[in-house]
Design a protein around this ligand. Structure first.
Ligand code: NAI
Length: 284
């Protein structure tokens, strides 16, 4: 049986994951702003450092996996932009950085980060928003979307999820992560019926947009079923899953972008391998 850290453990999909892991006999250390083993506000540096420290202490320095589900939706209000950025981006990457050695200690750890299908279905998310986040500057990221007015929160939300997804894909294949036996992957849900979505549906203008959004299979996703996907991505079935982004969104991503992916690798990315190959051939 394993030891798992789950953020966003008090509600929605994080809560579903906790229930399923616990029922299967695993030990779960829940992290949330309320009602959790580790109570921490992931929007602050102090809260994130506390969450890292307390989880490591409760886990005894070894984690078999982590699920990063804490997140803030695209709540209205310009003052909420830094909050969305800090919880959804720093609340993932700073915790993973802090837990990396404990995950490596397990030898075959799995990490599931909650992305979102907003990453591929929100138009015109500024590149500089994502760039600012990847450099860790949440205040700058917030400034880059302010000019969008009422649509700034969905921009910030999508930007934070793009940045966190990109962070996972950049790190997943490195010596520090894949090389240390840690599988980093992203689960990208569509609209799933949880308190986060219920909050959005309670705002008439947002509800109209959400209900009109094309979902080929129809309706909303179920939090328990998303929990099953997470448990699967934490199991041995995921030993060969690395840097993947798994969309569970009723088909919206495929509907909007049927030909966007897969794409051939850019030639520039292969140049270092061509040199290595030429050098190798020359040595023979
Ligand atoms: P939820 O609102 O039910 O749960 C989110 C949890 O994060 C809550 O327990 C909340 O207390 C915690 N949290 C929020 N701010 C925090 C903070 N500052 N410090 C510590 N904990 C904090 O949401 P849901 O729907 O279960 O979302 C889980 C993840 O899935 C989130 O990352 C969300 O962005 C993502 N997601 C959700 C979708 C949906 O339609 N529900 C769609 C796509 C992605």
């Amino acid at each position: 049986m394993g030891v798992y850290a789950v953020t966003g453990s008090a509600s929605g999909m994080g809560r579903a994951v906790v229930d399923k892991l616990t029922a299967a006999g695993h030990t779960v250390i829940g992290v949330d702003i309320q009602a959790a083993d580790v109570v921490a506000d992931l929007s602050t540096g102090e809260g994130r450092r506390g969450a890292v420290r307390e989880v490591l202490s409760l886990a005894g320095g070894k984690l078999d996996g982590a699920v990063l589900a804490a997140g803030v939706g695209p709540v209205p209000g310009a003052d909420r932009l830094p909050l969305i950025a800090s919880v959804n981006y720093l609340g993932v990457v700073e915790l993973l950085d802090g837990w990396r050695a404990a995950l490596a200690a397990s030898g075959s750890a799995k990490v599931v980060v909650f992305g979102s299908n907003s990453t591929t279905t929100t138009p015109a998310v500024p590149r500089r928003t994502v760039k600012a986040l990847l450099s860790g500057d949440t205040a700058k990221a917030a400034r880059t979307v302010r000019l969008f007015g009422k649509t700034a929160p969905p921009m910030m939300y999508a930007g934070s999820k793009i940045a966190v997804t990109r962070w996972v894909r950049r790190h997943a294949t490195t010596q520090e992560w894949a090389g240390a036996g840690i599988r980093l992957n992203v689960l990208a849900p569509g609209a799933i019926m949880t308190p986060l979505l219920e909050k959005q549906l309670s705002t008439p203008s947002e509800a109209k947009v959400i209900r009109r959004f094309p979902v080929p299979v129809g309706g909303f996703g179920d939090a328990g079923q998303l929990g099953d996907w997470v448990v699967f991505m934490l199991s041995d079935a995921a030993n060969f899953l690395c840097g993947s982004v798994v969309f569970v969104d009723g088909g919206s991503d495929a509907y909007f972008r049927p030909d966007a992916w897969p794409r051939p690798v850019p030639v520039s990315r292969l140049v270092p391998y061509a040199w290595k190959f030429l050098r190798y051939s020359g040595n023979r």
